[in-house]
Design a protein around this ligand. Structure first.
Ligand code: LFR
Length: 497
């Protein structure tokens, strides 16, 4: 067939983008249509997402994506897919009834703010909740690591549930945006798995957990799997945006699901990856969850992937530690460029300080450079601490590399597979050459870096496959990814210790 154009809406914790993806002759070209910032904002005493601003940016981006497609001689967009970070949700009131007595699709009003997972409201909830359903039982049911920000714990701390009008829904962030586009209320499966309320086996909501959290089953919209059509863009909106009534497809709406779909691995054996962005998600792609007590105790999670895959992975604070430190330095009046900072970090002596990047103490925003400095353990001189931004960043990156080593070994042990000969690093953090080198050295295996825009690429590729432009057989999608991008290779280092 001829070229196919689709739009990927991809929202990260610090920035969002609408990309035009054009699939032609077995390759995908990604063209940025619109990029914008995303920031946490303090509202009603909580850290919140400005979803109204995001929605405005998305509308602008879709118009631009359509225009870009037209500029390339294509008819326009054939599909739209949406992904974002996981676990956060909106509360949505019922659709309004129109003059003819029937509900008007897309007319439901959001109830209150979308509170962000870094908000402190859930700090003590996981412990309280464990008195209702033990941690062991929760993990055996869902396979999801018990992180304070899981939707389950957010809902257990949610004060608005009792006042919701009948017909209200809880929609995850990408599902809310899908609703605004199409008027359809659905819950996409990969993101649903991150709530901590979906059964690992059978992919049904766990009645036991919903009840313990005080969540009515009716509040949850029916599930939809990646590759299924959600709906089409509502006619008035399509006219306003000038894009036509384009089909909207469910993709791996959890950004990590889309990113790992676009890992350019080849052949058999479990794929080892780091999806490196605000977080570093490190682990293995598997066919079945690992629901053992050891996995739970090691802090691993089993998230749902596209095509019924499972991601056995660990959440490690990633570039967040660096970007939040930079934000502090900038607030203090410094002008900091990441590239300069990394260059300086590469030049300072190594192996002087360590932190634990899995420590939940780094979850909240604010004064990150000070917090990392205070947490830094000296390796050589007891009285020393990181004194410069370069030393601090070196400490963060070396700590990350060692943590990657330990967690990948742990994942392999838990899954009962040998250490793969190669680790794929995808996402924005894959551009960090110093970190890639340190990781290859720590692990003693090859590190393959890229694609950088893995999430958008996974989003686009799944839509293209759904439209029949990529064969459905296993491996075909990743072959298209490999044909589409340039990868960096960091040779297996000799582990230093
Ligand atoms: C990455 C990510 C992680 C999830 C965290 C919170 O962007 O989606 O997978 O654990 O954000 O939603």
């Amino acid at each position: 067939g001829g070229p196919v154009a689709v739009a990927a809406v991809d929202l990260g914790a610090t920035s969002g983008r609408v990309m035009l993806g054009v699939l032609e002759q077995g390759r995908i070209e990604l063209l940025p249509a619109h990029r914008f910032e995303n920031r946490l904002a303090e509202r009603d005493g909580h850290l919140c997402w400005d979803v109204d601003a995001l929605w405005a940016e998305i509308r602008q981006g879709l118009t631009e994506a359509h225009r870009l497609a037209r500029g390339r001689g294509l008819a326009g967009l054939s599909s739209i897919g949406i992904d974002s970070w996981a676990v956060d949700y909106a509360l949505l009131g019922p659709d309004e009834v129109g003059p003819d007595g029937t509900p008007v699709p897309g007319s439901g009003a959001r109830i209150g703010e979308v509170i962000a997972y870094r908000d402190s409201r859930t700090e003590t909830v996981a412990d309280e909740f464990a008195r209702r359903v033990s941690r062991q039982r929760q993990f055996a049911l869902t396979g999801i690591a018990q992180q304070s920000f899981n939707t389950l714990y957010q809902l257990a701390a949610e004060h608005r549930l009792a006042e919701l009008p009948p017909g209200s829904s809880l929609l995850m962030v990408p599902d809310l945006l899908g609703y605004l586009l199409t008027g359809q209320r659905r819950t996409e499966l990969t993101n649903a798995s991150t709530t901590g309320m979906l059964a690992a086996q059978g992919h049904e909501w766990s009645a036991e957990l919903l009840e313990a959290a005080g969540v009515e089953r009716e509040l949850l919209a029916p599930l939809i799997a990646p590759g299924e059509q959600l709906g089409t863009v509502l006619a008035p909106l399509a006219a306003q945006l000038g894009i036509g009534e384009v089909p909207v497809h469910a993709v791996g709406s959890h950004d990590t699901a889309s990113a790992v779909l676009a890992v350019p691995s080849e052949g058999s054996g479990s794929t080892a990856y780091i999806s490196s962005g605000t977080w570093s998600l490190i682990g293995l792609e598997l066919e079945a969850p690992v629901l053992t007590e050891e996995a739970r105790e090691a802090g691993f999670t089993n998230e749902g992937g596209v095509d019924s895959t499972v991601r056995l992975l660990k959440n490690v604070a990633g570039m967040w530690l660096v970007s939040e430190s930079i934000r502090q330095w900038e607030e203090e009046g410094a002008r900091v460029e990441l590239a300069d900072l990394l260059e300086a970090a590469a030049a300072v002596p190594g192996d002087r300080f360590r932190i634990d990047p899995t420590d939940p103490a780094f979850l909240a925003p604010g004064r990150m450079a000070d917090r990392v400095t205070a947490a830094a353990r000296p390796l050589t001189d007891e009285d020393e601490f990181p004194r410069t931004p370069a030393q601090l960043v070196r400490c963060i990156l070396e700590s990350l590399a060692e943590t990657y080593r330990d967690e990948l070994h742990a994942a392999c042990r838990l899954a009962g597979v040998p250490l793969p000969s190669r680790l794929h690093v995808v996402g924005g953090g894959s551009r960090n050459a110093l970190l890639n080198r340190l990781t290859a050295e720590a692990l003693g295996i090859e590190v393959v870096a890229g694609p950088m825009e893995a999430t958008a690429l996974g989003n686009v590729a799944l839509q293209a496959r759904t439209l029949g432009a990529i064969p459905a057989e296993p491996g075909a999608l990743r072959k298209v990814v490999r044909e589409s991008v340039e990868l960096g290779v960091f040779a297996a280092g000799v582990p230093a210790r």
